[in-house]
Design a protein around this ligand. Sequence first.
Ligand SMILES: [Zn+2]
Length: 457
Amino acid sequence: MHNVLTYLHENETRFIDELCQYVRFPSVSAQPQHRKDLAACATWLVRRCRQIGLETKLCATPGNPVVIARTPRAKSKGRPHFLVYGHYDVQPPEPFELWKSPPFEPSVKGSSLYARGASDNKGQHLAHLNAIEAYLKTGAQLPCDITFVIEGEEEVGSAHLAPFLRKNRSELRCDTVVISDTSMIGPRHPTLTYSLRGLCAMEIKLHGPSRDLHSGLFGGTVDNPAMALCQLLGQMRDKKGRVTVPGFYDDVRPLSPYERKQMTRQPFNPRAYQKFLGVPKLFGELGYAPIEQRSARPTFEINGLTSGYQGHGSKTIIPAWASAKLTLRLVPNQNPARIRQLVVQHLRKVCPPAVRLEISDGHGGEPYIVSLESNYVQAALGALRKAFGYEPIPVREGGSIPIVNDFKKILKVDTLLLGLALPDDNAHSPNEKFDLGVFAKGMQMSACLWQELAAVS
Ligand SMILES: [Zn+2]
């Protein structure tokens, strides 16, 4: 193990050079003109994996290819097998004028490397690849088998990943998945994300008169769909910030005292948070701290409202209809289909009688949680602790990462989210960067991780 860490340290400059080569590819999956750049980027990655000593193949999909790279399999059977996921595609760099240096010409300033894709996600999965290189080149004993799955369509929804996992299920069967593609709180607060929120989306439309009506001639005799929509939606949440849909909270898994304690360890300044958001006052479900509200509690949100006349000046009408786009953020163990059913029932029950309610289908996503007591989680926390030298913090994340549910459904395994992106790394924004200190620590973390995970397998 000592050799491995020394190797990582001694080769740091070359690893940075290689990251620079990797981020030069404008592998923007959202833009068709970059199709060739994605292919070239994948080819570069295949060559890099082969240099490391991994058995590597480029797998075609109906979209961009997936790179599969495996450590040479040991003769002894029954070794644990871990899967590392990453993505080589990147977000569009626009608007170019806001970049201080061109997005695909890496530049090092201070301890950061600036380029599109540096932290999301090229630097993060290279950290794992470099750790494996250190094992293979020093001849140190790797206590497990590892397979890298690095795709090229994450930033556009990973449409071909689930079918790919299904097709290669037996080769990819593993004990757990490791992904470094989330954020860490800071270099002194290494972070493991153990829960994600799910989603339930729908669109509702209230129909009133068969056409927009003159509000002077007809006003007072028919209900106004826009008013009815306000009344309907206004009832969905009470003054305490609680969703009023009966049964909505029934399946919410309460926070354990240990989880709540971990939450209080996160540095959080409500004043600074309020200022950052630009709101006159914070608002959330009574009885919960903001960190809990945004990650461990479900919500009912209106994302858009449309009705009536939106043009210049005024137009005295009773609009024919009013509509709203809604999403609910869900937490473990809420089920999107069940929640949808409850919400639909409730909307129908309280909808004003003089309008007709139409509800359209929307997408849904399951919430995710891996138990903090799981051996793998504890092992991963150990690796973070060793590499960063600080007590790691397990966190719940408020957003969703659909591929984590694909791994759960198709491969039947949990995912350890060990993010290496700092909050100010500007992922998806101009001037994306990756902290080179975190890069180095991330490689050490990966080197420790395989020992820790194998020890509890
Ligand atoms: Zn991204």
